[in-house]
Design a binder for this molecule. Structure first.
Ligand SMILES: C[S@@+](CC[C@H](N)C(=O)[O-])C[C@H]1O[C@@H](n2cnc3c(N)ncnc32)[C@H](O)[C@@H]1O
Ligand SMILES: [Zn+2]
Length: 273
């Protein structure tokens, strides 16, 4: 392992990272990041960095869920959303995605934006293993969005959060004043036909008033709804069920499925401290 180089994606974001124990800057020596207080973190063999300081929570996405998500997203079924996310982030050069999963959305943004560098954070090590491979300009770090993020204050131009937990106070801290926060939430009719036919756990449509009310330190500057219909073959339907919370329940998945994909893309601006 000693000879294996640290992935470019991680090397590029080391200056953004802070020690999760004492918040001091981290420096890379060989395959270890360390701070002046001798807290050390080894880069994993798969290229990501774990700054969680504890075991992954039991409900973190499993490798099987990640594999299903990877296949489903690679199938292009959410391509209209991917394009909207790229447009929403246009112009940003230093971007954090929280709850990044496989790194699908931030990876697509990087593919479309040659000058940008990004950091993917997820509490699931299995997710970070995927994200670390997604782009040579994407670093992947295991961390918990509900805690203080191991990231420098005021250094980022945008934060992306797609169907993932939000911590507005931390997002405001890591963003430069005027920086953007792009949040994707499920629309009212998201997968409604599939959920009805299989009795799936609700992908609860998020009350937008609740979202807006939680965004202390941010101003809503844009909101778009995106709805399209999906005609999914059996394999894609299986993956769609298996990549979410329903993966933990047994379901008999039908053949070809018609259902609705519905998203809300909200852009907030950090108001400065
Ligand atoms: C529904 S998935 C969305 C993944 C990705 N954004 C996408 O749309 O493909 C939610 C993600 O949030 C991550 N997650 C859940 N709780 C988290 C936490 N407390 N901190 C960081 N990530 C978390 C999960 O591991 C999972 O990858
Ligand atoms: Zn430290």
């Amino acid at each position: 392992m000693a000879g294996r180089p640290v992935p470019d994606g991680l090397s590029r974001v080391v200056a953004w990272l802070r020690c999760p124990v004492c918040a001091a800057p981290l420096e890379l020596a060989g395959r270890t990041l360390g701070c002046e207080n001798r807290h050390c973190f080894d880069v994993a063999r798969q290229g990501h960095l774990n700054l969680l300081l504890r075991a992954a929570p039991k409900n973190a996405d499993t490798p099987e869920m990640l594999a299903a998500r990877n296949r489903f997203l690679a199938g292009g079924w959410y391509e209209p959303l991917t394009r909207r996310v790229i447009t929403a982030l246009a112009g940003a050069g230093r971007v954090l995605e929280v709850g990044a999963g496989t790194g699908h959305y931030i990876g697509a943004f990087l593919d479309a934006t040659p000058g940008a560098t990004c950091l993917a954070v997820d509490v699931s090590p299995a997710a970070c293993r995927h994200a670390a491979r997604r782009s040579p300009r994407l670093g992947a770090v295991v961390a918990d969005v509900w805690r203080r993020l191991p990231i420098v204050s005021g250094g980022l131009e945008a934060v992306l959060c797609v169907f993932a937990p939000r911590n507005p106070a931390e997002f405001a801290r890591v963003l430069a004043p005027g920086g953007q926060l792009v949040v994707v939430t499920p629309g009212r009719d998201h997968l409604v036909e599939l959920r009805d036919s299989l009795g799936l756990l609700g992908i609860e449509p998020e009350k937008l008033e609740r979202l807006d009310g939680s965004m202390t330190g941010f101003r809503l500057v844009d909101r778009q709804e995106l709805t399209h219909s999906l005609r999914l073959p059996a394999e894609a339907t299986r993956d769609l069920v298996a990549m979410g919370p329903n993966a933990f329940h047994a379901h008999t998945v039908p053949g070809t499925t018609r259902t609705t994909a519905a998203f809300v893309i909200s852009t907030f601006q950090a108001q400065g401290r």
